[in-house]
Design a binder for this molecule. Structure first.
Ligand SMILES: *Cc1c(COP(=O)(O)O)cnc(C)c1O
Length: 391
């Protein structure tokens, strides 16, 4: 059996151990310390914001962001539906209700049109959301200009879920820095990783301070342990922050590498009928965290599941696109706004036809060749098997 090719696996630079060793030699084996401080500084400098508050996960960072925006029991929060469940789960942690918003075709991310309709209704019902969680999927920036314009009109802050888009840019600004608060993830499969971790980034010092306070069990300033509000244990360990420091140093290389991988897929596979790669919005740069594409069944003759199974036989991991959250059993009966009321939801169509290809920055040239050859072979075999109607 050929060695397994994974979708996206951790890619260390070699410098991680230097910072981990520093933590050991100074005995900073704690959820605070010099690596945490330096990682926060470097991340903020990279993103071009006032500061960062690093956390135990991206999910934790979203939870903190919503708490800081005073989301509480009975409140309403809007969220992209085409995403990983972690984008929305913290809404439930806080006892708030979610309304899901469809994607639009140019970016696959939140539809400004659907958002506007949802806000119009919410206003009529006298129940505006406390926050809007906009996700930048697979590295692609959402239409932030339009989304910010609508949300500002109603005075609702945007939390940018940039878990998958660290290193991407929107009109020269780093993804995750356009909303009121941005969040990143350093989970093992993301473009850089600390094995597990996340960050909240922001230009507002008070929010950053609040994030660190809440993430450290909300201890008041007192000699004894005193607590006036409920907090969390969400800070990142000084050892993991050491990994993060080294990973951040190579982030731009990782972005270039993933973009090269994307380009090669496009060059090699575009000739196959019925494949469409995820677009890149004008004025933005995607980190191409995962190469994703849709398959037109009428031309490609294969469903995503058939292709996933074919690739699996060759020990290659591919995956469906995210199953929209409004289709998830756990979110049945949740309100959902479509991009276009009269037609099928954009993200439903993407889910039904889309697939992610292996895109790790540590994938070798030969490994990518294996992916390409296996996919081409699956396509030509399928073509050959399609019975030609007898006239
Ligand atoms: C990975 C991811 C998260 C959650 O990050 P964790 O660090 O795994 O908690 C949130 N949103 C999106 C879109 C993600 O892909």
């Amino acid at each position: 059996m050929m060695e397994k090719i994974l979708l996206s696996s951790p890619h260390m630079s070699g410098n991680e151990l230097k910072y981990i060793n520093e933590a050991f030699s100074t005995n900073w084996i704690a959820p605070l310390g010099p690596n945490v401080d330096q990682f926060e500084k470097s991340l903020a400098a990279y993103a071009g914001v006032k500061g960062a508050s690093v956390t135990s996960s991206g999910t934790a960072a979203i939870h903190l962001a919503l708490d800081i925006l005073n989301v509480t029991k009975g409140d309403l929060v809007f969220c992209s539906t085409f995403t990983f469940v972690a984008s929305a789960e913290p809404i439930d942690y806080l006892g708030a209700d979610v309304t899901f918003i469809d994607s639009e075709p140019d970016t696959w991310n939140m539809s400004p049109k659907a958002l506007e309709r949802a806000l119009v209704d919410a206003k009529k019902e006298n129940r505006l959301p406390k926050a809007i969680i906009v996700v930048n999927l697979y590295g692609q920036s959402a239409k932030m200009d339009e989304l910010l314009a609508v949300s500002n009109e109603y005075g609702v802050p945007i939390v940018e879920d940039a878990a998958e888009s660290l290193g991407s840019e929107f009109k020269g600004r780093k993804s995750g820095t356009l909303g009121k608060i941005g969040i990143y993830s350093f989970n093992g499969n993301k473009i850089i990783t600390t094995s597990g971790g996340g960050a909240l980034v922001c230009d507002d010092e008070a929010i950053l301070e609040r994030s660190r306070f809440l993430a450290t069990q909300a201890r008041d300033h007192a000699k004894h342990y005193q607590h006036s509000v409920i907090g969390y244990n969400y800070r990142m360990s000084n050892i993991l922050a050491g990994i993060g420091r080294a990973q951040l140093e190579v982030l731009d290389d990782r972005v270039s590498k993933r973009r090269e991988i994307f380009e090669r897929y496009v060059n090699e596979l575009s000739a196959l009928e019925g494949l469409t790669f995820m677009p890149e919005l004008e004025g933005t740069l995607s980190n191409r965290w995962l190469t994703t594409l849709t398959m037109d069944f009428k031309k490609f003759n294969m469903t995503p599941l058939e292709l996933i199974n074919k690739m699996e036989e060759a020990n290659i991991e591919t995956r469906h696109l995210w199953k929209p959250l409004h289709l998830q059993p756990v979110y049945k009966n949740v309100r959902f706004y479509k991009h276009n009321e009269a037609t099928e939801a954009v993200c439903d169509q993407l889910f039904a036809t889309g697939i992610c290809l292996p895109s790790g920055s540590n994938m070798t040239w030969q490994e990518q060749e294996r992916v390409i050859d296996t996919l081409k072979k699956a396509f030509s075999e399928k073509k050959a098997n399609v019975s030609v109607p007898v006239l």
